[in-house]
Design a protein around this ligand. Sequence first.
Ligand SMILES: Cc1ncc(COP(=O)(O)O)c(C=O)c1O
Length: 419
Amino acid sequence: MSAWPRFKFYGTPHIFFQAARDILGGRIHKGDDVARLEAEIARLTGRRHAIATPQARVGLYLILKALLARSERRKVVLSPYTIYDVVNMVVCAGGVPVFADVDARTGNLDPDQVATLADGDVAAVLVTHLHGIVADLGRLAIICEDADIPLLEDAAQAFGGRWQGRPAGGVGHAAMFSLGRAKNINCFYGGMVVTDDDALADAIRAEMADWPDLATPFLVKRIVHCAVIALAVSRAVFPWATRHIFRALAIRGERKGAALFSTERAPVLRRQLPPEWRRRLTAMQARMALDQLRRAEADQIHRVRLARLYQDGLADLPQVGLPGSLPGAEDIFMPFSIQVADRLACQEHLLNAGLDVVVQHIGNCADYPVFAPFHRDCPQARQVAKSVLLLPTYPRYPEAEARRIVRAIRDFFKAPPES
Ligand SMILES: Cc1ncc(COP(=O)(O)O)c(C=O)c1O
């Protein structure tokens, strides 16, 4: 049984050697590579400004803080189907989150819902391109323009996506990308804000002016942590050890085992940006990101090829909801999200067949008790959040494995094998 893991970090093992070399050589903070990375991302997204941040969420905080400072409006309309700290950033920046329900097919903001909420108190609409599925930027842009509301893009999971030929993150008033450990450009921690708004860019740079670099011990801890995970999902260790642990946790651990690894298992409400988040990306991380940008397109071609394979192989199954691509969108499928009613049973079936897939750990923030003051009924988000299963698309995940996943899902639903 071949047993490939559900997930691997982007970047080859070289990233760990690069880290060791720079840390031991005292080069973490040396070089003008952050400015080089900013210039490169600005070029790739067609924006006047790109500003590196320590995390994408901090980038969102900075964007919102600057926008709210020049507006009387306080509401920020956003999807509840996202990580809870996105909601927290709205609160920390002084905004009031207003959840708008999602389109069940894409899992992204439903423009019709946004249209009903886009009133004169809305300071910004934040659209998330979740799972690398590009949201309906065309309709959202019109709604926002009509109501004179800046449209912001959470492109944390969508670097490389496109909307009618324009880069995801290059359409709204401002956007943020994540360069975090699970993203297609991974420098362990990091983000990037992009915009054409000079005043907004100035305000963000001014706010960050006296922030120190991410601290060395903090980075070392993160890199070691990621190295341990990389080892656990390596071909040498995963088939013999890790996969049995995942399987046991998923199946025996009251079926909640996967939640043990989830960063979303214990949502908290933050009213202030944690002081330790006021940091800057280091030159070492910028060098890593620049390196990975060179491979980003090839990785994307592979992801899209796997996505087509899943799409073609599952298209005729009424029990499987496939990610709904919109006309004009070039999605990057990071990973490939499907919706099935009993996702835990489906996952169990796949795990028993030696295939490692994961249930999506993101939930419907609109229902979290910590966000009770902002609760809105979002039935589509609630439903989607219960049913998403993530199929692997990372670089070098073999096509043969993707075909096995298709066969096993078909088998789960007792559908005949693909012809
Ligand atoms: C949709 C979405 N938005 C924002 C973020 C935040 O990114 P970061 O971890 O770089 O702050 C994430 C991270 O997983 C995400 O998935």
